[in-house]
Design a protein around this ligand. Structure first.
Ligand code: NOJ
Length: 737
């Protein structure tokens, strides 16, 4: 056991050494500094300034600099695929990648997105997302990111960025910072306490910087009363000094407000280079920045630093050597001159499949094998009759939901609906399919009465605030299923004793009406699975694989239980502090319907033999600043292990989860916080050692007084389990000062 532990530690340490290596940045900076000397002032200004909205083929474009062979940089959305280009792969959304809890799939998805971006000549892919983190369950863009838990989000950021950047494209971690809702997003101030900021909202960005992310996007909102893109506190001090970020900060589109202050605060690139609004064509940088430098209000050194950072990121990714030309235009239908999709559909399918979360499975109604007849019910079972891309930026909820709406989207090359895939399967099993693919309850009841088993599809959608869908201005008006989904399920459950409910949703949905129906035997949570939706669902429903997704957020019994939600206000005081999602439910003793980390399998898992090996010393983290923060913060300080056995009769994958509770000497902290997880693929009766490596950060809190991460002294609580509430093993360890 001990030997195994050391070999686990040795391999993870080797991986870490790679990701922390600053040699890549040093070499890139040397090249950038040499190139800087060859540039004239106009070229420098052009490198930091967008060419105006729709002024080039991509959603963001800068000016080229011939003297050093530097191109007009192409910046393109989105976090789930290349936006406004086709053909591309429409991957499962970030929230589904989070729901897999599978590092290798997060990496594979990032690598495939990166390969498509590079193939299309995109220099900077505008993702992944860690803000919104998702403290508001009704926040419109929570599905673009991975999880409301900063640890899970952080791992997903790191894996995705490494995948993308190893494919050659620059990643962009966004939106920095506190961009938790769509209403008033350009005016609201996120007033976040220093401790909650560090332990929740900054945390996943630390992972992003540690993974050497090339760029960061500052957000629309204000942070503590100052615009994000004008804030010395969050750009210079936090992102660059404290986190040691060596890449560049770009503005969200039109999130810049001044020429001089933004430059002094640490903004390095303005996007898209013109004001969307008024007066038309107004611009803060470009010639205005040149004038400000000439007048001495912005030092020349600041411009040189912006340019150096942007060039260094370009060299870091070797984009100076034979990078493809842009092969599409966002403004003419996006038809690309190359096909970059490769076999990425299979990556999309595996991520979608392994993100399916089985919430309920009474009497083992799933998997279904050879039903004589199946009723397929609901408009969410079929593709929008007008086509999967009929609504611009997916700004409608017609047909099966496979991504949210807004800039975080891509064109579907095709969309396999649940009905398509179930029909194909039913030909193999000789099942009669009875369809009712509207949300009409009378037709639904009739179909349900005629079949052995009824599968009802419902959904809930949200997106970016520039589009309003069915009265939802980005953020969701409520957490109920759309299109009267509760009534649809009730109508079906009144007529059929074997009802399976499939939910496609951007985030939590209140399921109480559905759970209360005794005939609803199974609930399948499919999130927003992208183009392979139906195939992935059939893989799980028919038992080709066991479901293995786990909830990346809590599903409450009622909306108010979350204690947070988007505000119709100009200030959000983040008064809940650290107590969001399960941290809040645990602290307040609230019982969720389905807790964070929950998800069933077709098999069962047994946990035993907890091993605790921790050698941390109490006190503040010191050491030089490396990408991510003080070096000591990322050093291994031990590992927790457990034996996990597949105790059932079919193969399956378990996400073993580690939660840590801080000692009483720490200031008030959530009872337990996720600090490790491992997805284990196990054949029936097979056992394996789960090993959760701990770093100093995992045991630390942010000490506001000393402005340092501190490992408190005292007794730490260790919880290992199958979810945040299904704790199977417990222990403690003590750290002394
Ligand atoms: C605004 C969005 O907030 C951001 O995520 C996106 O990258 C830009 N628009 C460009 O489309």
């Amino acid at each position: 056991m001990i030997q195994l532990l050391f070999s686990v530690l040795a391999t993870t340490a080797a991986v870490r050494a790679y990701s922390l290596g600053s040699a890549g940045w040093d070499a890139a900076y040397s090249k950038a500094e040499r190139a800087l000397h060859k540039l004239n002032q106009t070229e420098k200004i052009g490198i930091v300034t967008g060419v105006t909205w729709e002024g080039g083929p991509c959603v963001g474009n800068t000016y080229s600099a011939e003297s050093i062979g530097y191109p007009s940089l192409c910046l393109q959305d989105s976090p789930l695929g290349v936006r406004d280009a086709n053909p591309v792969t429409a991957f499962p959304a970030g929230i589904n990648a989070g729901a897999t809890w599978d590092r290798s799939l997060m990496y594979a998805r990032g690598a495939a997105i990166g390969a498509e971006s590079k193939g299309l000549g995109v220099n900077v892919q505008l993702g992944p997302v860690a803000g919104p983190l998702g403290k508001n369950p009704d926040g419109g863009r929570i599905w673009e990111g991975f999880s409301v838990d900063p640890y899970l989000s952080g791992i997903a950021m790191e894996e995705t960025i490494q995948g993308m950047q190893n494919s050659g494209v620059q990643a962009c971690a966004k939106h920095w910072l506190g961009n938790e809702q769509e209403h008033n997003r350009e005016t609201i101030s996120s007033n976040i306490g220093d401790r909650a900021a560090h332990e929740l909202y900054v945390w996943p960005f630390m992972n992003a910087v540690k993974a050497n992310v090339a760029s960061v996007m500052c957000s629309y909102n204000k942070v503590n009363e100052t615009w994000s893109c004008e804030s010395d506190a969050i750009l210079n001090k936090l992102m660059k000094d404290e986190l040691g970020f060596r890449g560049y900060v770009m503005s969200d589109w039109n999130a810049q407000h001044t020429t001089v202050n933004s430059a002094l605060a640490g903004l390095d690139m303005t996007m898209p280079g013109s004001d969307f609004n008024s007066p038309p064509g107004s611009i803060f940088w470009g010639v205005n920045l040149q004038d400000a430098i000439a007048a001495g209000s912005v030092p020349q050194a600041r411009l040189d630093n912006m340019v150096t950072r942007i060039l260094a990121a370009w060299y870091l990714l070797d984009q100076d050597e034979g990078y493809p030309e842009v092969a599409f235009s966002s403004w003419n239908g996006g038809n690309a001159s190359v096909d970059v999709t490769d076999d990425h559909g299979s990556v999309a399918r595996v991520v979608a499949r392994d993100s399916v979360i089985l919430l309920k499975n009474q009497g083992k109604v799933l998997p279904i094998t050879r039903p004589k007849s199946l009723a397929i019910i609901g408009s969410d079972a079929v593709v929008n009759p007008n086509g999967p891309n009929a609504c611009s930026d997916r700004g409608c909820d017609n047909g099966t939901l496979a991504m949210g709406w807004g800039s975080g989207t891509a064109q579907f090359p095709y969309l396999v609906s649940p009905l398509d895939a179930i029909q194909a399967q039913s030909e193999r099993t000789g099942t009669k399919i009875i369809q009712s693919t509207t949300d009409d309850t009378i037709a639904a009841a009739k179909a349900a009465a005629a079949a052995e088993t009824a599968v009802v599809f419902i959904n809930s959608d949200s997106g970016e605030g520039y589009i309003t869908v069915e009265g939802n201005e980005g953020d969701r008006n409520n957490l109920d299923p759309w299109h009267n989904g509760n009534a649809l399920v009730e109508a079906v459950a009144a007529e059929n004793k074997n009802v399976i409910v499939v939910v496609h949703s951007v985030g939590p949905v209140i399921l109480e009406t559905i759970v209360a129906q005794p005939n609803v035997k199974a609930i399948v949570w499919a999130g927003i699975p992208g183009q392979e939706s139906g195939n992935a669902l059939v893989d799980v429903m028919y038992g080709a694989v066991s479901p293995s997704g786990k909830l990346p957020y809590t599903i409450a019994k009622q909306r108010s239980d979350y204690g947070t939600g988007w505000l119709n206000a100009e200030v959000d005081n983040f008064s809940e502090g650290l107590f969001i999602d399960y941290r809040h439910f645990d602290e307040s003793g609230l019982v969720p319907r389905y807790e964070f980390g929950y998800g069933l399998s077709y098999t069962t898992f047994a946990y035993s033999a907890i091993g605790i090996h921790v050698f941390a010393a109490a006190g503040p983290s010191t050491g030089p600043i490396i990408p991510g923060g003080p070096s000591e913060l990322f050093e291994p300080v031990g590992a927790i292990t457990a034996l996990v056995r597949n105790s059932g009769s079919v193969s399956g994958s378990e996400v073993a989860q580690l939660y840590i509770g801080l000692p009483d000497s720490a200031p008030r902290t959530p009872p337990k916080q996720l600090r490790g997880f491992q997805k284990l693929k196990l054949a029936a009766k097979q056992s394996t050692l789960a090993s959760f490596e701990l770093t100093r950060r995992d045991l630390s809190y942010w000490d506001v007084a000393t402005q340092k991460w501190v490992v408190p002294s005292g007794t730490f609580k260790v919880y290992i389990g199958s979810s945040s509430r299904d704790i199977r093993l417990q222990g403690t360890f003590t750290v002394k000062w």
